[in-house]
Design a protein around this ligand. Structure first.
Ligand SMILES: *Cc1c(COP(=O)(O)O)cnc(C)c1O
Length: 338
């Protein structure tokens, strides 16, 4: 039995999802003729109380398009140093948008209005223009921590006061909302744009959606085209995204609970130095003596796949293909690794 907890992107589409995909009505989405995609975009715009949405192949693309629309060359974006937009998008902010980045050292990937306020640059010819703030919710490299909307509110206010745009990288937003019971409408009201991944915990094979007002999405559509993301009968995959939204949101609470169980178990083990607070479906912990690479290798020999997230840090991500049997087995393996 292989237990693959390298990411929540590893899930296989279930039979019911494949069934929906095979039945999907499709058309050419570049001409806006794919009814399944049009319906998905409308559904997600409505969900977040926004005017429009755009279906894209990946969360990297939705983030990169958002950065592109919100900024001009010589601007800068402000974000935490662990952010996906900084760490894991190949430096795309510089490549695609010609902007620089103003990195903040938050806690578990979270930054505050006070930190941002101090980071906003005065306007001089020799400084980049602070233009955009990007928040990640939940935080990935931050270990699945999350912002409540009460915490976002002062950041929203600051951005409004200072004329900055506020983008949400909500790759795993629904893992947060099942914990906080906050609504997508409330989230939409606080951000200028929102990126959601359907291919993570929600279990679709492909797909992310960018959400915003109409003028924003009109520009985003042009950038999607120039980045090569204009797809044709992609309703086949959008159908899987519909299925994911209709069936797989509430169950994310199970993933979060099972991640907490892993965290609780790890914190009793001798080889573990510390476990980051487990808030959603990501567990990041620090080893005492072993290196992360050694640990990942030992686990691999026991058919458990996890990832090194720094020299002594290891990450597990729970997801819908992580079964109860696997959970039992994993607890044994964790205890047996020295
Ligand atoms: C996965 C992820 C993305 C997007 O990743 P893709 O693999 O390009 O879909 C963006 N932000 C965060 C925080 C992520 O975890």
């Amino acid at each position: 039995m292989l237990i693959n907890l390298i990411s929540d992107t590893v899930t296989q589409p279930c039979d019911a999802m494949r069934q929906v995909m095979s039945q999907a009505q499709v058309g050419d989405d570049v001409f806006r003729q794919d009814p399944t995609i049009n319906a998905l975009e409308e559904k997600m715009a409505t969900m977040f109380g926004k005017e429009a949405a755009l279906f894209c192949p990946s969360g990297t693309m939705t983030n990169q398009i958002a950065i592109k629309v919100h900024t001009q060359p010589l601007d800068e974006m402000i974000c935490d140093y662990t952010s996906h937009v900084y760490q894991y998008e190949t430096g795309g902010y510089a490549f695609n948008s010609g902007i620089s980045v103003n990195l903040l050292h938050g806690q578990y990937g979270k930054i505050t209005a006070e930190m941002i306020s101090k980071a906003i640059k005065p306007s001089y010819d020799w400084l980049p223009t602070s233009r955009l703030v990007v928040l990640e919710n939940s935080t990935n490299k931050g270990g699945g921590n999350y912002y409540t909307l009460d915490e976002v509110q002062p950041i929203r206010q600051l951005c409004t006061d200072c004329g900055l745009s506020l983008h949400l990288d909500g790759a795993r937003l629904f893992n947060v909302l099942v914990e906080t019971q906050e609504s997508t409408q409330e989230v939409g009201a606080l951000f200028d744009s929102v990126s959601i991944c359907l291919s993570k915990g929600l279990g679709a094979p492909v797909g992310s959606v960018l959400i915003g007002n109409q003028a924003f999405i009109d520009k985003a559509r042009r950038f999607r085209k120039v980045m090569g993301g204009g797809m044709r009968q992609a309703g086949i995959i959008a159908a899987a995204c519909h299925y994911a939204l209709d069936n797989n949101i509430e169950r994310l609470a199970d993933d979060n609970r099972r991640a907490r169980a892993i965290g609780d178990h790890l914190s009793t083990l001798d080889y573990v130095d510390s476990v980051n607070p487990v808030k959603t479906n990501i567990v990041i912990f620090t080893l005492k003596d072993m290196t992360a690479a050694e640990y990942v290798n030992k686990m691999k020999n026991q058919d458990v796949i996890c990832s090194a997230f720094g020299e002594k840090q290891v990450r597990f991500v729970t997801h819908l293909d992580y079964t109860e049997d696997m959970e039992q087995r994993l607890m044994e393996v964790l205890g047996g690794v020295i």
